[in-house]
Design a protein around this ligand. Sequence first.
Ligand SMILES: Nc1ncnc2c1ncn2[C@@H]1O[C@H](COP(=O)(O)OP(=O)(O)OP(=O)(O)O)[C@@H](O)[C@H]1O
Ligand SMILES: [Mg+2]
Length: 281
Amino acid sequence: MTTTLTVQSSTAASGGPSPEPASEGGAWRGAIEISDLGKSYDHQRYAMRGVDLKVAPGELIAIVGASGCGKSTVLRMVAGFEDITEGSIHVDEVPVTAPSPEHAVVFQDYGLFPWLTVAENVAFGLKQRRLPRTEIRQRTAEYLDLVGLGRMGSSYPHQLSGGMQQRVAIARVLANRPRVLLMDEPFGALDALTREQLQNELVGIRQRVGTTILFITHSIQEAVYLADRVVVMAGGLAHGSPGHIRDIVPIRLGPERDVTGAAFNQLERDISALVHETTVA
Ligand SMILES: Nc1ncnc2c1ncn2[C@@H]1O[C@H](COP(=O)(O)OP(=O)(O)OP(=O)(O)O)[C@@H](O)[C@H]1O
Ligand SMILES: [Mg+2]
């Protein structure tokens, strides 16, 4: 399985045909398998332990839970930023051991380079991977269009609104055609209206790109609106027990979701009860 990954990356780097997006290529799927995952930062206590999660290709999983229960820790390990203390993570059967454009992260604070234009920000990782110049130009335009910023390529990040900056950050990550898109409270810093807009854009982007998404949020409404399943985490060092998965709630609402609908509100209440229950425990 490692061979598959190596062959695809080297093909891209050597200027051969670029890999297919996750929705099209047979091998570009984005299945995640997290097994008995644990993390100790101090070699004494586990911040999070015993996490098992299988994510199907193209699935959107929202992760909710009280502050400190280990949501970002899980995400950073899937991203390859943190060492794994115990257990394992595989993306398409390849163990995650280091950061890679294959499993890239969008954070709350955008993380754009202020000295680069919008287009240069999107092109940055592609240049690092030494993709051919025409391919970089084409992908940069394609993904800026995808997030509705086709005309903003020559602007600088400070000239954009927060919502637009976050769109650039999403385009930058998607331009790598990752197997897995990891998002840690990506819309947390945005005003309510912009947040709704970006949620809807994410739904659209997902339909077109098909990448598997792990999405951390503190908004239960956002989780129910976006996700196929909501993972509720609980515990954490502040609660005297390692963070863990409390429950996994399937969201069987179909693609058109009405935030005022009875089924929607019931799911919000159920998940809220699970989150609340775990903060008291
Ligand atoms: N680099 C680190 N060094 C030591 N401890 C850490 C580190 N990062 C996280 N922790 C601890 O691990 C636990 C889980 O943290 P994590 O950031 O994963 O929580 P979270 O669920 O994302 O919380 P929040 O909702 O506040 O973002 C916390 O107790 C935190 O103090
Ligand atoms: Mg966090």
